[in-house]
Design a binder for this molecule. Structure first.
Ligand code: KIV
Ligand code: ZN
Length: 515
């Protein structure tokens, strides 16, 4: 019999901890729905005690997700666990994931607790979590750098107390595959009740080995859950990437002999959605989801692929959800055709008002651009959700003038609360002038960390997708804007980032902070 590998997605929790990747409640619900379509087993929807915004997002996800288990992270204390349980109340299937650091370094320097105190707190946390649900996961943070004897003592005790999943994080991405795999195997062999829990791996990618370490944890260590994120999103160098793990398990079934429940045709749509919402662009040569992942550029390869695909292809692009850019709609398409295409793309809008708004944007875009692709539709929906969720600053219109030898000028009309404001400025280029014009009114004082432009489809008539990353008072936010005019896309992206800075529900605790 083939064992099943549980796919635990933490894009909305660990992925979101990446500076600038914070998402609104509506954005998180959209991603959660896509993760459900992808058929992930567990969705870690957030860290309920970290902020009201996270609490609300987890509650909303718990209400709409029916097939995947919904999970909240909680530090090992009653307040956090109580908050997680409350946020998960409506879930069909719920999990509480509680953690405390167990490495000498973290216990002494971060927690300022003795090993015995950590041991007692871990047991109490599991007992309290079990009073809320039967599905409880425990993570010894910085587990891989922890003393193995102490770790065995803690893990044996938490399993006895009722932890059903034991996750062993390589919190700082220090592991190498063989050693990490053996570490998991040692724990499972030495802990007498280890067979009472499912073992899980959680690897960060600081040395570029997150996926390799996770797979070694599975193959050598016998883990049966992998924690991962779409596109490998996450702090620093990111987390283990879901798409790479899933396709490795599927493509090398001869070696792993494991089953995964993932609908792989939903991988690329999930990747595009996460990238579009967070503004974290996927590198072109990224395995599975990069734009070049299936492009055979060299003549020899093309010749081989044309004669027999498997000469150079180990996976099929269509199996992971790549489809050629298809013209799906145009100027004459009606509301029903638009609605049907949304359904085919698996996009569910929350209300008729949202559908009307998205349709109006579609019509406006079709006036500017003859051919509308699936990517355009996804961007329209992103913009609709974004504009609804964060409406303090709203783009109205803009004009800009640039001429060789002249300093570019821009005029931007946008709403600040209920008031319409018109501001003008000059700059080094049209984008600089536009952002200066907005800033002259908004006066955010934020520092611009990143500005990037991407074409969302091919050809010069494509919409531009602009990402702006701002930093202020220790917070980092991303804003994304799309428009066939990249200067207008830049204005929208800047306003979206200002909206995130303006939204207090986006302020949250980081999971790695001391309790
Ligand atoms: O990397 C880590 O240690 C974590 C835990 C909170 C599970 O994300
Ligand atoms: Zn982590």
């Amino acid at each position: 019999m083939t064992d099943k590998l549980i796919i635990f997605d933490t894009t909305l929790r660990d992925g979101e901890q990446s500076p600038g990747a914070s998402m609104t409640k509506d954005e998180k619900v959209r991603i959660a729905r896509q993760l459900e379509r992808l058929k992930v087993d567990v969705i870690e929807a957030g860290f309920a005690a970290s902020s009201n915004g996270d609490f609300e997002a987890i509650s909303a996800i718990a209400q709409v997700i029916k097939d995947s288990t919904v999970c909240s992270l909680a530090r090992a204390n009653e307040k956090d666990i109580g908050r997680a349980a409350e946020a998960l109340k409506a879930a069909n299937s719920k999990r509480i994931h509680t953690f405390i650091a167990t490495s000498a370094l973290h216990m002494e320097k971060k927690l300022r607790m003795t090993p015995d105190e950590v041991y007692e707190q871990a047991i109490k946390a599991i007992r309290f979590a079990r009073s809320h649900t039967n599905d409880v996961e425990f993570s010894p943070e910085d587990g891989y750098r922890s003393d193995v004897d102490f770790l065995c003592r803690v893990l044996e005790a938490v399993i006895k107390e009722g932890a059903t999943t034991i996750n062993v994080p390589d919190t700082v991405g220090y592991a190498v595959p063989e050693l990490y795999g053996e570490f998991i195997r040692t724990l499972r062999e030495r802990i007498p009740n280890s067979d009472k829990a499912i073992w899980s791996v959680h690897c960060h990618n600081d040395l570029g080995m997150g996926v390799a370490n996770s797979l070694a944890g599975v193959k050598i260590g016998g883990a049966r859950q992998v924690e991962c994120t779409i596109n490998g999103l996450g702090e620093r160098a990111g987390n283990t990437s879901l798409e790479e793990v899933v396709m490795a398990i599927k493509t090398r079934k001869d070696y792993f002999n494991l089953a995964v429940g993932i609908d792989t045709s939903q991988i690329v749509p999930a990747s595009k959605m996460v990238s579009q919402i967070t503004g974290f662009v996927v590198q072109p040569n990224k395995a599975v989801v990069g734009a070049n992942a299936f492009a055979h550029a060299s003549g020899i390869h093309q010749d081989g692929v044309l004669k027999a695909r498997d000469t150079y292809e180990i996976m099929r692009a269509e199996d992971v959800g790549w489809s050629a850019n298809k013209i799906v709609l145009g100027k004459l398409s009606g509301r029903n055709a638009f609605k049907q295409r949304l359904q085919e793309l698996g996009i569910e809008l929350e209300s008729e008002a949202e559908l009307n708004d998205a349709f109006a944007r579609f019509k406006a875009l079709a006036d500017q651009k003859a051919e509308i692709f699936d990517e355009d539709i996804t961007a329209i929906v992103s913009n609709t959700a974004q504009a609804e969720a964060s409406d303090y600053y709203r783009f109205v219109s803009m004009a800009q003038k640039s001429e060789t030898g002249e300093r570019p000028q821009a005029k931007v009309v946008f709403k600040v609360g209920q008031e319409e404001s018109v501001s003008q400025a000059e700059g080094n280029g049209p984008v600089d002038a536009t952002l200066n014009a907005i800033e002259s009114k908004a006066k955010s004082g934020a520092e611009l960390l990143l500005y990037s432009v991407n074409a969302i489809t091919t050809g010069t008539e494509s919409q531009g997708e602009v990402t702006v990353r701002l930093s202020k008072g220790g917070r980092i936010v991303n804003g994304v804007g799309t428009d066939p005019d990249i200067v207008a896309a830049s204005a929208k992206a800047y306003l979206a980032a200002l909206n995130k800075l303006h939204d207090p529900s986006q302020q949250k605790l980081n999971a790695q902070m001391a309790p």
